[in-house]
Design a protein around this ligand. Structure first.
Ligand SMILES: [Zn+2]
Ligand SMILES: [Zn+2]
Length: 186
């Protein structure tokens, strides 16, 4: 499937957003305050964002949970239902743009949309195209038991299992190796 620059950006943004969520009660939230949201928005070059407030923070955390559910969806139908809800709640105004020197691409968020609606519309549409292309299973969660980070598997044969093979893939190999050695020694 063809993945354009802006789709790639939207995918990176939604993956990073989902992964700011605390994994359990002991880990900190990656978006603890409005300042952190400002940094996130700047780092991901989310365009046309005004002054951010506590309201924006709460709304972004809410859609973060809904995007997490898309990555955990067991099949395309479940993912489609979740994505439809996200996009419908955000409202969309598709329009062509070539802002900031990028080639022509389509923005979906409505002009003046809140940052949460902006992310729900544009990231939601980026994920929608995966369902359309029959590629929903590329939207994954890391298989390392202590990780579960979201990622998009862009490998040719959809064989990626870990968010980062150097850390999570490796960590799992090391754990399996230690378990085998322990078994052999015992
Ligand atoms: Zn754009
Ligand atoms: Zn991982």
């Amino acid at each position: 499937m063809l993945i354009t620059h802006d789709t790639r950006c939207a995918l990176d943004t939604v993956v990073d957003l989902v992964n700011t969520a605390p994994e359990d009660d002991t880990t900190p939230d990656g978006l603890p305050d409005v300042g952190a949201l400002e940094v996130f928005v700047r780092d991901h070059e989310v365009s046309e964002v005004g002054v951010l407030t506590e309201f924006d923070l709460a709304a972004v955390r809410k859609i973060r949970g809904r995007f997490a559910a898309v990555f955990a969806a067991p099949d395309a139908r479940t993912a489609a239902g979740l994505i439809n809800e996200l996009i419908a709640a955000a409202g969309t105004t598709p329009r062509l743009t070539d802002h900031d020197g990028y080639d022509w691409h389509v923005h979906y968020f409505a002009p003046g949309a809140s940052v949460a609606d902006h992310l729900a519309a544009d990231c939601g549409m980026a994920l929608a195209f995966f369902v359309v292309a029959g590629e929903q299973e590329r939207l994954r969660r890391c298989e390392a038991p202590d990780c579960r980070h979201a990622f998009v598997d862009l490998s040719r044969n959809r064989s990626r299992r870990y968010c980062d093979s150097r850390t999570c893939g490796n960590r799992l190999h090391v754990a399996a190796y230690r378990a085998r050695r322990k078994e052999a020694a015992g």
